[in-house]
Design a protein around this ligand. Structure first.
Ligand code: ZN
Length: 403
């Protein structure tokens, strides 16, 4: 399995210069070939693929000598990234029919965004010891050790963040010690008031880091806008602003990691709604809360951790009426469409339903139903650690109240 380990590098001065040079050269190559591809297409309707670019790069390196000073993999990976950007663009163009998500490859800017380059392992050019990372052309770079790096290195991406910190993401092929199998399954209703409510009744509060840090953010933005372009105060203000954003991201990522890890450890099958976050964010009143909740990131975490630990994440269609359906009798109560209605008594069976918990139970039931409908014995076996016949799942569905 592949896992990325992130460490903060503490390069010495000459290493710092070389990292910046590598990032600059990678950007130069990307932009150079993007321009070339665009020009060739306009003048001769010709496309230039990765291999053709790669051949031209060899020639370019003879012409532009400073390109030879940096890691050759950084430059090659730049070409690969460009190729991927083109492929994604055309794949999206074919698929989208008017509604496009992926734009045309853009030129990389020198300022304002995070910058990086990637290098690959060949013949031991990259190594890790206690608190040192050996990189091509760079030698040993020190780093702060926060976790054990295990496995075989595949590649390393070196990033300079907005506020000038250097981070290496070391991608390794590694064995992950799997969590023991458990029999528990869970349904999750993701929300705004609470981050999530689980089918077992657990409520996880929404930390809303963005909102709590809003004052600090506003202050930092204000300070920046008052500085003069090109002044050293402006640089300082920029760093301060980037730091505030970084702190929010770190707090939120930490929260998401802890929550997703715990849910994966404690449960075998996790069912949740397939959110169309992009659509929901268009609703501006909710937009800040939704992007603050970063559900997409959370679901991605659950998904890749489920692969590590043989768990199943099952999504339930967005149009499944999870809130309105009574979990006890299946009656659909249209009154529950009103978001303010937090609890309700079922007109059909008289049972008392807490809005979110009821929704979570329905999501669990629907998820389990979909899993049996897919019916691959492999999935059912992996999910529960042993082979479980569809009837057992069926029994669980009945127990969850969705027969
Ligand atoms: Zn009912």
């Amino acid at each position: 399995m592949q896992k990325a380990f992130k460490v903060t590098l503490t390069p010495n001065h000459s290493q710092e210069v070389l990292i910046n040079k590598s990032i600059g050269c990678a950007r130069f190559v990307y932009n150079h070939f993007l321009a070339l591809r665009q020009q060739l297409y306009l003048t001769e309707q010709k496309t230039l693929n990765y291999n053709a670019c790669s051949q031209q790069l060899t020639l370019l390196k003879k012409e532009v000598e400073w390109l030879q000073e940096v890691d050759k993999f950084a430059l090659q990976n730049s070409l690969r990234n460009l190729e991927t950007a083109y492929k994604n663009f055309f794949a999206d163009l074919k698929k989208a029919k008017g509604k496009r998500n992926v734009g045309f490859p853009k030129f990389k800017k020198k300022h304002g965004c995070k910058q990086s380059y990637k290098t690959n392992l060949t013949n031991g050019n990259i190594q890790v010891i206690q608190n040192g990372l050996k990189l091509p052309k760079m030698g040993w770079v020190k780093f702060h050790k926060s976790q054990d790096i295990t496995g075989t290195i595949i590649n390393v991406t070196v990033t300079r963040t907005n506020r000038g910190k250097y981070i290496a993401s070391i991608l390794c092929e590694t064995e992950i010690e799997k969590y023991p199998q458990v029999a528990q399954n869970i349904g999750l209703d993701l929300g705004i008031k609470s981050y999530l409510v689980a089918s077992n009744g657990e409520v996880v509060d929404n930390p809303k880091y963005y909102r709590t840090q809003k004052r600090k953010l506003r202050k930092a933005h204000k300070k920046l806008s008052r500085t003069v372009k090109g002044s050293s105060n402006r640089v300082k203000a920029k760093i301060k602003l980037a730091l505030t954003y970084e702190r929010i991201t770190n707090l939120r990522d930490d929260f998401l990691h802890k929550l997703s890890t715990r849910l994966i450890r404690e449960n075998s099958i996790i069912c949740l709604e397939d959110l169309r976050v992009a659509n929901m964010v268009r609703n501006h009143k909710l937009a800040l809360s939704i992007s603050d909740a970063s559900w997409t990131k959370f679901i991605t975490m659950l998904e890749y951790k489920s692969v590590w630990h043989d768990r199943v994440v099952q999504k339930v269609g967005t149009f499944y009426p999870s809130s309105q359906t009574c979990n006890h009798c299946g009656f659909i109560n249209p009154l529950v469409k009103d978001l303010k209605l937090r609890e309700w008594s079922c007109p059909s069976c008289n049972s008392y339903n807490l809005r979110d918990k009821n929704a979570a139970l329905n999501i669990l039931g629907e998820g389990l139903r979909l899993l049996t409908a897919v019916g691959t014995p492999e999935v059912i076996k992996n999910a529960c650690g042993e082979f479980v016949s569809p009837e057992v799942i069926q029994a669980e569905i009945v127990e969850a109240g969705i027969a």
